[in-house]
Design a protein around this ligand. Sequence first.
Ligand code: UDP
Length: 426
Amino acid sequence: MASDAGVRTATALPRRVAMLSMHTSPLAPLGGRETGGMNVYVREVAARLAALGVAVDVFTRRASVGEPEVTPFAPGARLITVTAGPKSRIKKEEMPELTATFADGVEAFRAREDLRYDVVYSHYWLSAAAGAVLAPRWGVPHAAMFHTLAEVKLRARASESEPPVRIEAERRLVQSLDRIVAATEHERRLLTQIYRVPAERVAVIPLGVDLEQFTPGDQAEARSRLHLERQGIAPDARLLLAVGRIEPLKGLDILIRAVAQLNERQPAVLAIIGGDDRAAADVAKLSALAEELGVAEAVHFLGSRPHEALPDYYRAADVVVVPSFYESFGLVAVEAMASGVPVVASRVGGLASTVADGRTGYLIAWRCPEPFAEKLEVLLRNEQLRRALGAGAAERMRAYSWDAVAAAVGALLGALAVEGQTAASA
Ligand code: UDP
């Protein structure tokens, strides 16, 4: 009966959840080397789970001396900063040996506050390694989301390299978890095929978008609010936009090559949002490529922008391009579509399920510039088509709300907590 199911879902919510986000804080500025979709996910899901009545503590590693230990960031959701290793930003490569110390710090906080967590929900393999210490210690279930998996990245772009410690840890962790949350059916298949995880231990819950913030809007008004001309972009330019962390897996080299081809037939400007000081080497390489191809003046690196500023950037764009070699989900594409802009994206990972080819934009099967240039030209030459695909995109994205994601995560974690209590009392 529907009402029974409703009651079960409501009563099955866990009371208190420990979310682990060891290597990056959900409150850190976005667009840096290590800050992107996962940070948005942890922040949004924690806040919205808390809004459903779940007490949520998110634990992250202290990356500077001044950070307070406890930062409430939404009613019922707190960020807890735990010291493990140097109180400064360190490379991810230095973190594997700190996972046990991080777990000890989380336990020390829990013991001091005399709390009982019903379930651990870890993010990225480093947190899953810490969670694998904590969950058995607390006698509670452990769920995790990997966000990216080393073996999948290595298969996606030949030049990628991942440390053996990560590859081995992920192979071990996927077998020890009570549940893995995958963003798409495609990721579930990868987990079953590459990692041999039984399908029933993988739950598919997508990521979401703030449908009140990312809404369609007038392009000219968005452009004037952004003062694009002050950023070197003419107010009436045909504008392509790429947003995200700047790293080779994002395929920006392919996009710059596509812009060079496109510009021979249809002038366009490319704005790239994202990147912090640690992306300087990658930005320099991409700038050199643009220079070499004679399109340096058409390619603008705007640096990272706060999440709140992005709706206007999407609205200002004619097309958002996501030329990645892999995306486990690809929030940028979803945000852009929710903002009513067509997306041209690689047919990889989550992008293949969020972008509807020919209805919300185009999916490109090959990681090479020609097909990107071809579809971008079609779109830039046809305003009516852009409007139609943009409207289709906004409509399709109504299914992706963070509230729905949090409800699904809450139900999953609640069911796991009940299983855990049953197992403990048996
Ligand atoms: N983002 C941002 N400012 C930037 C760059 C990125 O707010 O300067 C946000 C972007 O809006 C999106 C997230 O970072 O929410 C990137 O997520 P995505 O899933 O596209 O990529 P990932 O970082 O997970 O590889």
